[in-house]
Design a binder for this molecule. Structure first.
Ligand SMILES: [Zn+2]
Length: 75
């Protein structure tokens, strides 16, 4: 279950090689040194959640949790 604050935008970077999403001031991926592109981190998180069948709830009530909150249940 993933809670995302309604309308919240977070600028970040994604590696085109390993798909790692990060916040960095570097111009290459710190993990594999691949090319990175600027993205909206929230959109990436939502896409990731959809790929993994996680439930997403948009709420205006996650500010205390840091804009994005995930309740993860490990199998
Ligand atoms: Zn990478």
């Amino acid at each position: 279950m993933l809670f995302v604050e309604k309308g919240y935008k977070l600028r970040g970077w994604i590696c085109e090689h390993c798909q790692q999403v990060m916040q960095t001031t570097s111009n290459e991926c710190p993990y594999c040194h691949g090319k990175i592109s600027e993205v909206d981190v929230i959109e990436e998180i939502i896409e990731f959640a959809e790929r993994t069948d996680a439930k997403i709830e948009f709420t205006s009530n996650v500010k205390n949790l840091g804009h994005v909150a995930a309740l993860l249940r490990y199998k």
